[in-house]
Design a protein around this ligand. Sequence first.
Ligand code: PEP
Ligand code: MG
Length: 563
Amino acid sequence: MTTAVAAALTLRGFGVSPGRRVGVVARMPDAPPAPSPEPVAPGSDLGAAAAAVDHAAAQVRDALARAAEAATGEAADILAVTAAMAADPSLADEARRRVLETRVSPARAVWDAAELVAEQLRGLGGMFADRARDVQDVRDRIVAELLGLRAPGVPDPGHPFVLVARDLAPADTARLDPSTVRAIVTAGGGPTAHTAILARSLGIPCVVAVGGALDIVDGETVLVDGSTGEVVRHPSAEAIERASHARPRPTRLEHPGATADGHHVALLANVGDPAGAVAAADAGAEGVGLFRTEFGFLGRTAPPGIAEQVAAYTRVFAAFPGRRVVIRTLDAGADKPLPFVTADDEPNPALGVRGLRTSWSHPQVLDDQLAAIAQAAASSEAEVWVMAPMVATADEADAFVDRCSAHGLAQAGIMVEVPAAALRAGDLLESARFASLGTNDLTQYAMAADRELAGLAQLSTPWQPAVLSLVRLACAGGSARDRPVGVCGEAAADPVLAPVLVGLGVSSLSMTARALPDVGAVLASVTLDECRALAALALAQRTADGARSAVRAGLPVLDELGL
Ligand code: PEP
Ligand code: MG
């Protein structure tokens, strides 16, 4: 008897976290849609309908408690919180009341009751507001149980798997366990969206914006290449064999960054909180090139006090004694709204009052933060540099440098995320002491392409020749003023692009700690002149794909490293 073997079929997306893995697919079920608000048919058994709410809530609570017990680390903590939320009777009580009094279906009653609870939590602000998302998670699970749908959220098939999803919320991605999730494939998302950033930080190969991803079915085997962006359905036995023998990726940077001829390129880490700083130091980062400070502000209704900020910043600085730590002042707005500094009625938030611009109307928030940074820096051994996000003009750069200097912070710099700043970097760097290229936003604004939109993924890549030209201009501005220009956007974590950035004149690369060993290994394989030649080659191409392919072909080490 012969068995039909399906021919290999290659789907293409954007590789955002490197590594080649084979695995069995587990599809992530979509969240259930809002149930109909129509009342149930006259004569229905309302008592039974109300009891169904209790039964479904108990099922969900037990399943979550079992999952929390089986999980470890951060995932266990998150699941335990969600299980506790499911065990809280107020949601089921309110839903039961609605079934009995307003005659809506059990699923709709749970939906509306959850919205009420979530709204109350959001109103309380702070940590309570964060819990509103957990309520929605519990809601989706109870509604799915009532409607006989699969439980939403990350599946748990009981064996290692390739996760295939329409898209992942940051909370879903944070819950992923790198020891069971072999790779991630999403239909949505862009290369600089937050799913991509998190997948890279977890070291899970990931391909986003994959056309045909939703045709992939549970249980089939796929080969995922997080570097080239290929997802192969029904891979041949030979391809599976090759991928299974891929060397495990190194997790530590063993030497400071340098080209083969010894040109130093500082390899730094992007961190978001004190735990991330400790992990980055353990991974061998030479310092921190981007400390995103939003973690202390998000989900609150008022900014944290100076003392609280000092405590948090001190812990990050303490992880890097004698090393550079570049701390970025609050970057609120657009994808990171904060009710106490940003408006919620801007027609185009990405082009609105965000980043440094929020300090025009809320100068005290910036002044308090600079005071906290100065205090934490004074008692630490780290070499603290401060930079502002979303700076567009020389006036803004001058004003920021003045404010920093009033707090005794001499190393004040700017992020170059707006094309205007890249074009005129020399003007901004007259006062600013350094620049760091935020290539995620720089790409978004250069290409006029929302960084979170999967449909625009082919535009949202720093390989676009226009973005590379802006990087070159920013570096030229830096060199005219003798100021260092680094990269701290996701471009810095792309081991193929790293030599190009160095060839364009970038002096430091800051990335998720996981990417440090790969970037370090590729840089060590080329001389500075070769980096310059690769940069010229990339700039000479007309398209992003053309630039990437030309540079890949010029870097034989990529094959050796399995990148
Ligand atoms: C960037 O825009 O490249 C950047 C590093 O900032 P964020 O991703 O936090 O907007
Ligand atoms: Mg940015």
